[in-house]
Design a binder for this molecule. Sequence first.
Ligand code: 13P
Ligand code: SF4
Length: 327
Amino acid sequence: MNVRELPIAGRATPEGRRIDPSLDLETEIGRLKKEKNAVILAHYYQDSDIQDVADFIGDSLQLAQEAAKTQADVICFAGVHFMAETAKILNPGRIVVVPDMEAGCSLADGCPPEKFRAWKARHPGAVTVSYINCSAEVKALSDYIVTSSNAEKIVRSLPADKTILFGPDKNLGAWLEKRIGRKMELWQGSCIVHDTFSERKIVGLKERHPEALVVAHPECEEPVLKLADYIGSTTNILKYALASSKKEFIVATEPGILHQMQKGAPDKVFIPAPPEANCACNECPHMRKNTLEKTYLSLRDLTPRLEMSEDLVERALLPIERMLSLS
Ligand code: 13P
Ligand code: SF4
């Protein structure tokens, strides 16, 4: 399917799970968090009203670190499936709920474990480094997990004589190869959102906003990264934009992050990098499946609940722990 045809679907509240229309959801979510000793961990790509009720907002690494140290009985993970899986792997004894269990990821979906296993088998003796945007099964087949904020440090620490298999994001992999000066075998996956930004339109925006800096996520394709003044994880992009003395920024990542940018620097102008087509396909159709209503329902009913086999949790834990200790 042409990725540009993807609608932001699945935002309707599930049938049969009625919400009293007189309720103030923000207040109710606050009450449920106390009652159930629950914590909401949210990614920057969530709707702004979800970010505003979250206890912690962060990039993939920070969310994993926060999950590793929480004492809450219930983790409501406002993000996508692979992130909630990571939280569950780190907390097998706690309840992990996700507002919408269908919130997936094109990178994780594009890397089926059986194909990944076959790829590994074709490269005996190689070290396998997987971006955290993959399924728990793929994590279990990996030596190291990385995120966009620690991938460079972790890959640099690997022995020079080893072949590295890096998956599933070829754009992040190619960016790392350039920064580190080391070739890797790259899995040919990519993010449908970061693939969509238009080099041509960003060039046009730069002409109209000559003072603006371009900030980009390393999941973007190379022509877009070439236009960037700064490349980093969502948290690092946010920190860079807030600390900069410049006033205008063209932001080449999912526009959910603009909420924290605008909150942190109300006097600055943040322009979302446009997609090539006239669509909203720079919004992640997976992340945006979660809504405030579904977040409320997940806390009220403690469902949908993420369950994983003990065996998978055990197998996927080691490469995640290696990442946390190297971060
Ligand atoms: P980070 O928040 O780690 O930069 O990841 C971005 C992303 O695409 C998450 O799916
Ligand atoms: Fe996956 Fe891309 Fe959505 Fe992140 S933005 S969850 S990488 S599809």
